[in-house]
Design a protein around this ligand. Structure first.
Ligand code: 2AM
Ligand code: CA
Ligand code: CA
Ligand code: CA
Length: 260
């Protein structure tokens, strides 16, 4: 336990340091490149932040495996041992266009089990981190277990493309809630979940998008999985994903199944 607490404190410091650097770099022109499409961007700051975090992990924990979105880590083929999953800038389009509404995220797993998660909204300075062993904290204050709000009484974060196409009933889920929101940053949706500002979030996510949120969510009593109910694979492909209060999770599963 002491080890988990020490690791949590250490990684928190690395991320705060990375955040300071990101804020500093926002004063300079960004170098923006397209990855797979016009809406899939990467900047020098995404790459430099991942490089910074990978270097910290490698120098302190050389035996560990790292999966980073920008490819500067390893390509883990198993979840044996300790695996770090990094999203250096989550919400890159927001980062480029809005200069806010983005996060730095890290999830840490041991033999496939979630240990610690870190999600830092750099501009708002809202930092949620921890896991089942350590407890979860918002800027140093413990977060309580989340109240089990039903879908009809809570807001739902959705992926815009899934919503407009009603993919796997995502539009039905949004319409059954108190209201739907499209933020363009998975980390912000997770932060809203952890602060009870939302009861569910449905999106199409890769491991680096959901790793940290899954660990923290489980520790706070939320349920999460692939949208088809299967367990999410932390070294797998991008998949339709849901995190929700237990009641909302059941209602969402029923809506997904009802639509076939
Ligand atoms: P990124 O900025 O780290 O790439 C936007 O809906 C959120 O989903 C962001 O957190 C974004 O992360 C992630 N995302 C990236 N590519 C996506 C895609 N092709 N489909 C859905 N979400 C994606
Ligand atoms: Ca990306
Ligand atoms: Ca992301
Ligand atoms: Ca990213």
């Amino acid at each position: 336990m002491a080890d988990d607490k020490q690791l949590m404190a250490q990684v928190k410091q690395w991320i705060l340091e990375a955040g300071e650097e990101v804020k500093r770099k926002l004063q300079d022109p960004l170098i923006v490149e397209q990855k797979s499409s016009r809406t899939d961007l990467v900047t020098n700051v995404d790459k430099e932040t991942e490089a910074f975090l990978v270097e910290k992990i490698r120098s302190h924990y050389p035996a560990d495996q790292i999966l980073g979105e920008e490819g500067l880590g390893d390509k883990p083929e198993t979840t044996d041992g300790r695996v770090w999953i990094i999203d250096p800038i989550d919400g890159t389009i927001n980062f480029v266009k809005q200069r806010e509404n983005f996060c730095i995220m890290i999830g840490i797993f041991e033999d496939g089990l979630g240990k610690l998660g870190f999600i830092y909204d750099v501009i708002k300075d809202e930092f949620v981190y921890g896991g089942s062993g350590t407890g979860v904290f918002l800027n140093g204050s413990p977060l309580k277990q989340i109240e089990d709000v039903p879908l009809s009484e809570g807001l739902v974060g959705v992926n815009g493309t899934m919503f407009v196409n009603n993919y796997m009933s995502t539009r039905n889920v949004g319409l059954a809630s108190s209201g739907f929101r499209i933020l363009g940053c998975a980390g912000l949706d997770f932060l809203h979940m952890f602060m009870s500002r939302q009861c569910a979030y449905v999106s199409n996510l890769a491991p680096w998008d959901f790793a940290a949120g899954m660990v923290i969510g489980h520790a706070l009593g939320l349920r999460c999985s692939r949208l088809d109910g299967r367990e999410a694979d932390i070294i797998g492909e991008r998949v339709p994903f849901v995190i929700a209060t237990p009641s909302a999770y059941e209602e969402i599963q029923a809506l997904v199944i009802a639509a076939g």
